[in-house]
Design a protein around this ligand. Structure first.
Ligand SMILES: O=C(O)[C@@H](CO)OP(=O)(O)O
Length: 408
């Protein structure tokens, strides 16, 4: 049996006035996703339980069949795994965004959690400056390492054997993409070690103010990286290999380190695709082709696409609809066709969480899931969408149970 999982990140949403009262998934032309529903079932699943953050880190863990209450330690350790960074006992990883925070009416406001989509080269240069500063300060005892990732998505690694990390499971921090256009005064870390995170963030305001990277960006009319924003901290997670838990041997196609990291932690291979950007300009067709190319080699192939979530964070309804249509046309369609020559197969399509265009934020709540293929008796539904899923009798209130249902 071949299994295919397609994740349109953050695609679930509310009805939009500008879409005639339909949600983006309902307004988008998705003949191939609809064909999956027509051949199979539609269901509603909650991958982001109320007690945990409504983040992609929780949603995707659950989507792949892992109970986040048991396995989630923080987002950053998953991204560290993507970079092959091993975390020992006492080590912590912290997500380090480059952001733009501006003064608006006397308040510091999160203008852009991406620092105007700063390039990897620029973010690497900025982090080098931060690293030099912390490395020269004896109080950190060489425990802190700022690790460049891709664009605004970077990491801070804290080595516990050099200096005991001040955090514990009760330390709280906020994802900057949930604070767009909002004052950050209430978004600062709280609990053990929060003061250290704030100190490091504040120190970068000064380091970046006259940094050559920002001067160059200003000259090009681009937004500044005003400082780093630290969040998503955690220690090493342990995840049972997917093949051991469920059977199939898997591969992940994604442009973001979070999904690469989850894949690494569950023992999946990662397939890198040229032109996959994790943004609206991603090469959808290249991702579709890459998945087709590896169908022979793996039992389960997962294609994650970040674009619908990014469109939501920017509040761009048309772009969200377009991203969903591109996934349908360039990924779902060609893969359904290719599967015909691979014997028995099953397909699942599911977002990880809703991201509301109205708030530009992730939110708790259910997402529409469709599953079809060998041995799945069709229900009466024939269109993929949020309302159809909500009306379905098939529900996974613990979203992580859906994978067990899918792989039988
Ligand atoms: O990686 C991130 O910083 C965020 C936003 O880009 O991703 P997601 O919304 O999927 O959590």
């Amino acid at each position: 049996m071949k299994y295919l999982v397609i994740i349109p990140d953050g695609a679930a949403d509310q009805p939009q006035g500008s879409l005639g009262g339909r949600t983006p998934l309902e307004a988008a032309a998705t003949p191939h996703m609809d064909a999956v529903v027509a051949q199979g079932v539609i269901a509603s699943a909650c991958h982001t339980p109320d007690q945990l953050p409504a983040g992609s880190e929780i949603g995707n863990l659950s989507l792949l069949g892992y109970d986040p209450f048991e396995h989630f330690t923080g987002r950053a350790p998953m991204e560290a795994a993507a970079q092959g960074i091993a975390l020992g006992e006492g080590d912590w990883a912290v997500r380090c965004n480059l952001v733009t925070i501006d003064q608006v009416d006397g308040e510091r406001v999160m203008k852009d959690f991406t620092a105007d989509h700063i390039t990897t080269e620029e973010s690497t240069a900025l982090l080098k400056t931060v690293q030099e500063q912390v490395a020269s300060d004896p109080k950190w005892n060489g425990a802190l390492e700022f690790v460049p990732g891709v664009s605004y998505r970077n990491l801070l690694i804290w080595r516990g054997d050099k200096l005991a990390a001040p955090f514990d499971g009760s330390t709280r921090s906020e994802a900057p993409h949930d604070w767009t256009d909002l004052p950050v005064a209430n978004a600062h870390p709280r609990g053990p070690g929060a003061d250290v995170l704030v100190e490091l963030m504040d120190a970068t305001c000064e380091l970046f103010a006259d940094h050559p990277v920002n001067k160059q960006r200003a000259a090009e009319g681009k937004g500044a990286a005003t400082n780093v924003w630290l969040w998503g901290q955690g220690g090493a997670p342990t995840l049972e290999p997917f093949a051991q838990k469920f059977g199939p041997k898997g591969a992940m196609i994604t442009a973001v380190d979070l999904l690469r990291g989850i894949a690494a932690l569950v023992g999946w291979d990662r397939i890198e695709v040229e032109g996959a950007t994790g943004y609206l300009d991603t090469d959808y067709a290249a991702k579709g082709r890459a998945a087709i190319d590896v169908l022979d080699k793996y039992d389960i192939v997962c294609v994650h696409v970040e674009a619908p979530d990014e469109a939501s964070h920017e509040g761009r309804t048309d772009e969200k609809v377009k991203a969903i249509e591109q996934i349908d046309q360039h990924i779902v369609g060609p893969l359904l066709e290719a599967l015909k020559s691979h014997g028995e197969w099953r397909v699942m399509i599911s977002p990880d969480h809703p991201t509301f265009l109205s708030t530009k934020k992730h939110t708790h709540g259910n997402v529409p899931v469709t599953m079809a293929g060998a041995g799945i008796a069709p229900d009466a539904c024939s269109a993929y969408g949020d309302a159809n899923a909500a009306a379905s009798e098939l529900r996974f209130d613990q979203g992580w149970d859906a994978m067990r249902w899918f792989i039988q």
